[in-house]
Design a protein around this ligand. Sequence first.
Ligand code: UD1
Length: 434
Amino acid sequence: MEKYVINGGNALRGEVEISGAKNAAVAIIPAALMVDGICRIENMPQISDTDMLLTILSHLGAEVKLINKNTIEIDSRNVRFCDAPFDLMRKIRASYYLIGAMLGRFGVAKTTMPGGCNFGVRPIDQHIKGFNALGADIEVKNGFIFAEAPEGRLHGSRIYLDKVSVGATMNIILAATLASGRTIIENAAREPHIVDLANFLNSMGADIRGAGTDTIKVNGVERLHGGSYSIIPDQIEAGTYMVAAAATAGEVLVKNVIPKHLECISAKLRETGTIVQEYEDSVLVKGSGNLRKANVKTLPYPGFPTDMQPQMGTLLAMANGTSVVTEGIYDNRFKYVNELRKMGADVQVDGRIAIFEGNAKLTGAPVMACDLRAGAAMVIAGLCASGTTQIEDIHFIERGYENFVGKLRALGADIAIVDFPDEPEIHEKAVSVG
Ligand code: UD1
């Protein structure tokens, strides 16, 4: 079993180059299924979620060529409708975008219920509401989703989302792109990756307007043509390095970013006494070594992102004074707190609110990555702790951070991936019961 082993105490110093945005890439890869031509996609992050989606596309008959480390070409012209590899699909959340893309391309889709990080119940009722409005019949049975446009092609419609949902907004955009007529999505999510998906599709011939606002209009087109597109930088990867720099009292130039996308994170870091300087496509973060408390509430964009909550919570555990963190998106996103407590943090959780007492002097411990961002939070804790931290279940982290260990080592972190012999099953059971 591979684990991260971190000897804490080194302040991060230097420069780090941010990769392409995971949450844009995982929608753009399925979108390529609808393109009648070759799409060249640059700045594709090399992470396990994108690997898995590219494997699924190949299975469906797309030709996927790796041009260089972060550039791929996808040719979906020979794709025919068939069952997708369900074992892979149920491992990732973003497999739900294949429903929108397949419905758009074939008028029919069959997938599993999506997997991904477990933050409590993650329904997809708003996706289904959207597909229904576009004329699809949907059946969810035994963990599978069957979707079909009875007339072979979806038709435009007006859809008001009851909840601001990134996934539902992107999925409805996908399904509506090749539908007949105009679709209007109201109360749409406004995240940068939604704009990126719309820009990708528009560059291949789609007609999507208003992405980045809460009303998106999709005028359906007959076909998409090939083209070239570069994915935006990852807001959350950038934010993670920014928080790591602040937490370790380091100084890091975070390069290849869109500073506007990071404003909510920069503003919160400044409240903690961290210096954040914005340049055209980079931000410089200088930790003060004397972190102040701050209250955080996660909200849809442009609010503070839920995907940065565990990393920021970890920093606040070490700040001077008591901080209140309110999780505004998910019911169960404080599981990492149990791991943080093992390292000496004093945190009380009540439902969606966590009180971080602050002033923790973290000490290294064996901990788990409960999910992708919780895992990143454990890495930040390990970098700040005295002694050695071992992090298990790192496959969660590798879903979303390209070359995490390499980038951190280049910034001076003492972190390595170490292969430990698997523990006997009887011991694992004893641990999980305890
Ligand atoms: C996406 C991101 C995830 C991020 C989240 C919120 C991807 C692949 N994942 O997840 O990293 O944490 O946005 O920024 O892009 N909801 C419903 N019904 C629905 C859909 C959502 O009730 O049909 C609820 C969810 O349970 C949650 C909230 O709406 O409470 C927001 O979820 P949503 O924005 O859809 O998140 P995801 O697209 O799953």
